[in-house]
Design a protein around this ligand. Structure first.
Ligand code: AHR
Length: 666
């Protein structure tokens, strides 16, 4: 459906105007909303989230494992571990490699305890977050060739004070590996504790997969996810979750690409991989960043199901990151990559008579996950991408004609690379083109009308990664300021207005650990115990929890509202909840009086609500100390004679909701 096209000169005038012309707050602007004339459908999964294991988002983040390098498979096998004793003795702690017998998890630790006690200490990811009164679940795989070793498990603070203690007495003897668990309760809270195993007695024990999880994981799943982080996602009610990235899909080279089949099944068989963010940025080195895949593809599907989101996996298309090696697989050797994609669809949806459907059932989920779409390639570009994509598309569509494929448009939303892909993919009638933009605030404001003139054909847009990037001198969590979030909100009104074309969108990246980030801004910041949503989080949440079902026209002087006097707006109705929802951003330092003229035969209640996200300080942040500094504040509003008068606060994003008495069908 064709929307009202922006008049370029009006847009330019308006964008200039709102920065320089003082506004007269006494003159209310009349904004018209055409209630009864839906102009586009909003997809139920329109607003989603982008998950990547970047910034210690998975290992050391949402995956609640507290032990770093639990299987000694990091390049330096004892990274994260240290031995505390008075006099070190040769040969009492050995890293043994059994590669011939166990290719996926070759190393284990061999303890020979002959004399005085000693302690093996794990530093955790960035320390270990410990909560007073919380149960901690320890487990390890072991075999006792010479029984007699007892292990005392301790959590301790920076002064070596014990703040939690348990005993581990191995029950099994012999050459078979066994798994055994024990739990204990912490006596104090500490964000940077360490974990120690004190070896007592005499004997020999082999250890592998030394693990410690808090008792309060999401849905109390054993060895599961951090509940506070999942809850923040669940609260957003995201329409989809894109995983596992991002660049980690591509890998620095093909050997280090993400391969979903290596991430399912028993965790001790999931072959660890170096995280490509380990070495990517010299100024943010992360030598201890690996992917253990405790959060693997089964868990991603489960997470999506838990929070009511569609799963959106992105698979490697036979190309490694083009900023790194740019390695591509030979075209005549692409088949295994294509097969991985076909097998993934069968894993998610196949019935129990299929190989991969049966595998899913064995992992505990007999019911299909109902996978509907997949990305082929992350940020790949060039003719080499088109060649490989064509082979994937042919094979997947031949078997699953209705399955939707997301195609890459590269790293940038303009330029030669973008133009080549945008043209070719449209010629090929791509289902979705994935656009990525990390740009300054003014780019977002200038592009709020970007999609008003996009072709209305079969190819839809997935804005798969976007975020406002403030000045480069602003670093870390400080980049998630209100100015950035407000500019995002302003652009998002343009996505919503064009919901017939832009059918999905996700801010990126999602999580960052305050002591371990590589990339900023990010939507949610965490430390070892706490997490908070940035102003961007609240913008995203306001959109996804108020998505509506149909777009309706909202105009100022008969024009889409894309910057006139610093205003950006979109409007939807929700036919299920029976309400009108108006989203409007005021990007000026003045209040603005608006009269919303609600046209149509639809009958509205006289009372509604306005949720305001506002700060007069564009540099305002949320933080661990003040997590709700910029967060929605709700107030009541009244409607009289189909008119709603309100004053928008300076630098504010507002969601106005008015319930229907009865909806007049067009
Ligand atoms: O979101 C961070 C990175 O940005 C992603 O991994 C990549 O796709 C993009 O370049």
């Amino acid at each position: 459906m064709k929307l009202i096209a922006p008049v370029k000169s009006v847009l330019i005038t308006c964008l200039t105007a709102f920065f320089v012309i003082p506004l007269n707050a006494q003159q209310p602007k009349i904004v018209k909303v055409k209630l009864d004339q839906p102009i586009a459908k909003v997809q139920p999964n329109m607003w989603g989230v982008f998950f990547e294991d970047i910034n210690f988002g998975a290992d050391g983040g949402i995956y609640a494992e507290l032990i770093k390098n639990r299987s000694f498979e990091f390049a330096k096998p004892l990274m994260g571990w240290s031995i505390y004793r008075n006099k070190p003795r040769e040969g009492e702690v050995l890293v043994v490699n059994r590669k011939e017998a166990n290719e996926t998890n070759p190393r284990y630790l061999q303890i020979k305890k002959l004399t005085d006690d000693f302690e093996l200490i794990n530093e955790g990811f960035k320390g270990i977050g410990v909560k007073k009164g919380m149960r901690y679940d320890f487990s390890t795989m072991y075999r006792q060739l010479q029984p007699g070793v007892k292990m005392v498990l301790i959590l301790k603070d920076e002064n070596r004070k014990i703040i939690g203690q348990g005993n581990f007495i191995p029950e099994s003897t012999g050459s078979e590996w066994k798994k055994q668990s024990v739990s204990f309760v912490a006596t104090e809270t500490n964000p940077k504790a360490k974990f120690g195993i004190i070896f007592q007695g005499k004997g020999s024990i082999d250890l592998d997969m030394i693990s410690l999880f808090p008792g309060d994981t999401w849905k109390n799943r054993k060895q599961g996810l951090r509940a506070d982080m999942v809850q923040l996602l669940a609260d957003m009610k995201p329409g989809f979750i894109r995983f596992p990235g991002g660049c980690i899909v591509e890998g620095t080279d093909l050997a280090n690409r993400y391969q979903w089949k290596n991430t399912i099944g028993p965790i001790e068989e999931r072959k660890l991989l170096i995280n490509r963010w380990n070495t990517e940025f010299a100024h943010r080195p992360a030598p201890d960043y690996y992917q253990t895949f405790g959060l693997g593809f089964f868990e991603y599907f489960q997470l999506a199901e838990d929070i009511g989101s569609d799963a959106l996996p992105i698979l490697n298309c036979g190309m490694a990151c083009q900023f790194n090696t740019g390695e591509v697989v030979a075209l005549d050797e692409l088949q295994p990559y294509v097969q991985d994609a076909l097998d993934l669809i069968e894993f998610a949806n196949g019935d129990l008579s299929t190989t991969w459907g049966k595998k899913r059932a064995e992992l505990g989920h007999p019911k299909p996950f109902n996978l509907k779409m997949m990305g082929v390639g992350n940020e790949n570009w060039g003719p080499q991408y088109l060649e490989r994509l064509a082979i994937f598309t042919k094979a997947i569509k031949a078997k699953y004609p209705d399955f939707k494929l997301i195609n890459s448009s590269g790293t940038d939303p303009e330029g030669d690379r973008f133009n080549l892909l945008n043209t070719s993919l449209r010629e090929n009638k791509a289902d979705f083109i994935d656009e990525h933009y990390y740009r300054p605030a003014d780019w977002f404001l200038k592009n709020a009308g970007r999609y008003d003139s996009y072709p209305r054909n079969d190819t839809k847009i997935f804005v798969g990664e976007y975020a406002v990037h403030a000045d480069k001198n602003v670093i870390g969590s400080n980049r998630n300021n209100w100015e950035s979030a407000l500019a995002s909100a302003s652009l998002m009104t343009g996505l919503e207005r064009n919901a017939d074309v832009v059918q999905m969108a996700s801010y990126a990246p999602l999580f960052a650990h305050i002591d371990g980030w590589q990339w900023a801004p990010d939507m949610i910041w965490v430390d070892n115990l706490n997490s908070y949503g940035t102003p961007d989080y609240y913008v995203q949440k306001l959109f996804s929890t108020n998505k509506g079902t149909d777009v309706v026209s909202i105009t100022l002087d008969d024009q889409n509202i894309i910057g006139q006097d610093g205003l950006f707006a979109s409007s939807v109705i929700d036919k299920t909840k029976k309400e009108l929802i108006i989203k409007i951003a005021n990007n000026t330092k003045e209040s603005q009086s608006i009269i919303f003229d609600l046209e149509g035969k639809t009958k509205l209640k006289t009372k509604g609500t306005i949720e305001e996200l506002a700060s007069e300080q564009l540099s305002q942040l949320n933080s661990f100390e003040n997590p709700l500094a910029v967060s929605p504040k709700a107030a009541a509003i009244s409607i009289k004679d189909k008119k709603l008068s309100t004053s928008l606060k300076p630098y504010s994003f507002n969601v106005i909701k008015i319930p229907f008495i009865s909806y007049a069908k067009p």
